[in-house]
Design a protein around this ligand. Structure first.
Ligand SMILES: O=P(O)(O)OC[C@H]1O[C@](O)(COP(=O)(O)O)[C@@H](O)[C@@H]1O
Ligand SMILES: [Mg+2]
Ligand SMILES: [Mg+2]
Length: 347
C-alpha cells in the first residue's frame, strides 16, 4: 500500500484479501473515529479542563482521571455503531453488552498512560478485537481465549502527532492523523523491528522488588561494554506503554514490566486482555517478540477480564536474552553461583 493511503483504503485492501475481516474492519474504523475525537481533547491540553482530575477507583485499583472516563465513554459509544457485542474495558468492572448477537468482542484500555495526563505528556488507547464465544453460563467466555484468537489489535498514540498503529494479522502499520482532512494516512508500512538494539525501557524504581533474572539482566545492561553484554545500553521510560511500544516498533529495543514482590504486583502492572495481548499481536506482526519473560504472551488465556500479566517485548535477540537469564544461562561469570559461565550466550 502506498505511503499516504488512508486507513480506510488499507482496511478495504485487507477485506479484499480476506472477506472474513469485514466486521473487524468496521470496528477498527469506529475505534479510529473515536481516537480522532480523543486526540482533539488531548491536543487542547489544559484548555479542555482539568483532564487529570481524580475521581473513582477502577476495578484494578487505579484512581480514574477525568480523561480516563471521557475516553471510556467515547470509545464505548463508537463501538455501539460497530458489529460489537461485548466490551471489556479497563474502566468498567464487568463485560459490557453492546449489540447482542453481533460477532465481535473488544478489549480496550481507553486511556493508557494515565499518570501522564496531568502533565500533558504522551497517552494512548489500546485495543484487541476477537470473536464472540457464547456461553450462557459465563459472561466472560469471549475473553477466555488466547491472544492468537485476536482478529486485529492496535493502539493510538496521542503525542506530538497522533498515530494509529494496527495489525489485522498481515503485518503492522502506522497511520498518522492528517488533521486537515481528519483521516489517518499510512506513514510506516509493514514494519520490521530490528533483531538487536541497545535500548531498554523499564521502571527501574521498582528494581529492588524484581526477581533475580530481571535484576541480573538490567544490571548487565548497566555495566555496558565493561560487562558481559559487551556493549553500552541506553534507557528510556515514558510511563505510557503505547509510546514505549511505538519507539520499539520504529527503532527497536526492549520493554520490560515484570512481576515483582510488591503486594498485587506479582504479575506486574499491565493487563493481559487490553494491554499485553494486543501489544504482543502488534509486535509479532512486526517481527518482534512478546513474552512474560519465558512464555509467549499470545498463548496465554485469561481467567479474569482484568487479569495482569508480566510483559517483555521488543527486538527478538533481546527478548531471547531475557529468557536465557530466566534459565540461568546468562554470561555473568563469577557474579553468582546461580549463573553460568561468561560467554555462554555468545555460543
Ligand atoms: O507507573 P509505572 O509503574 O511507571 O507504570 C507505567 C505503566 O502503567 C501504565 O500507565 C498502565 O496503563 P494505564 O494508565 O492504562 O493504567 C502503562 O501505560 C505504563 O507502561
Ligand atoms: Mg494502560
Ligand atoms: Mg488505562
Amino acid at each position: 500500500m502506498a505511503i499516504g493511503s488512508t486507513l480506510s483504503e488499507h482496511l478495504d485492501a485487507e477485506v479484499a484479501r480476506d472477506s472474513s475481516l469485514a466486521d473487524t474492519a468496521r470496528t477498527i474504523l469506529a475505534l479510529a473515529a473515536a481516537s480522532i475525537d480523543v486526540s482533539e481533547i488531548c491536543a487542547r491540553g489544559a484548555l479542555a479542563g482539568d483532564l487529570g482530575a481524580q475521581g473513582e477507583t477502577n476495578s484494578d485499583g487505579d484512581v480514574q482521571k477525568a480523561l480516563d472516563v471521557i475516553a471510556h465513554k467515547r470509545f464505548t459509544e463508537a463501538l455501539q455503531s460497530a458489529p460489537v457485542a461485548e466490551v471489556a474495558s479497563e474502566e468498567a468492572d464487568d463485560v459490557m453488552v453492546l449489540n447482542p448477537g453481533a460477532p465481535l468482542a473488544v478489549a480496550i484500555d481507553p486511556l493508557d498512560g494515565s499518570s501522564n495526563i496531568a502533565v500533558g505528556m504522551i497517552v494512548g488507547t489500546i485495543f484487541g478485537i476477537r470473536p464472540v464465544v457464547s456461553d450462557p453460563n459465563d459472561p466472560n467466555a469471549s475473553f477466555k481465549t488466547p491472544g492468537t484468537t485476536q482478529t486485529a489489535a492496535g493502539f493510538t498514540v496521542y503525542g506530538p502527532a497522533t498515530t494509529f498503529v494496527v495489525t489485522l494479522g498481515n503485518g503492522t502499520r502506522i497511520f498518522t492523523l492528517d488533521r486537515t482532512d481528519k483521516v489517518f494516512r499510512l506513514t510506516h508500512d509493514a514494519l520490521k523491528v530490528v533483531a538487536t538494539a541497545n535500548e531498554y525501557a523499564v521502571n527501574s524504581s521498582n528494581g529492588r522488588h524484581w526477581d533475580v533474572p530481571v535484576k541480573a539482566f538490567i544490571e548487565d545492561c548497566l555495566r555496558g561494554e565493561e560487562g558481559p553484554r559487551d556493549r553500552n545500553f541506553n534507557m528510556r521510560w515514558t510511563a505510557a506503554l503505547v509510546a514505549d511500544a511505538q519507539r520499539v516498533l520504529i527503532r527497536g529495543g526492549i520493554f520490560l514490566y515484570p512481576g515483582d514482590s510488591r503486594k498485587g504486583y506479582e504479575q506486574g502492572r499491565l493487563r493481559l486482555l487490553y494491554e499485553t495481548a494486543p501489544i504482543a499481536f502488534v509486535m509479532e506482526q512486526a517481527g518482534a517478540a512478546a513474552t512474560d519473560g519465558q512464555t509467549r504472551i499470545m498463548d496465554v488465556v485469561a481467567t479474569r477480564i482484568h487479569e495482569r500479566s508480566p510483559l517483555v517485548f521488543g527486538s527478538t535477540d533481546e527478548v531471547a536474552c531475557v529468557a536465557k537469564y530466566y534459565e540461568g544461562r546468562q554470561p555473568a561469570a563469577g557474579r553468582s553461583p546461580l549463573f553460568g559461565q561468561r560467554g555462554l550466550m555468545r555460543s
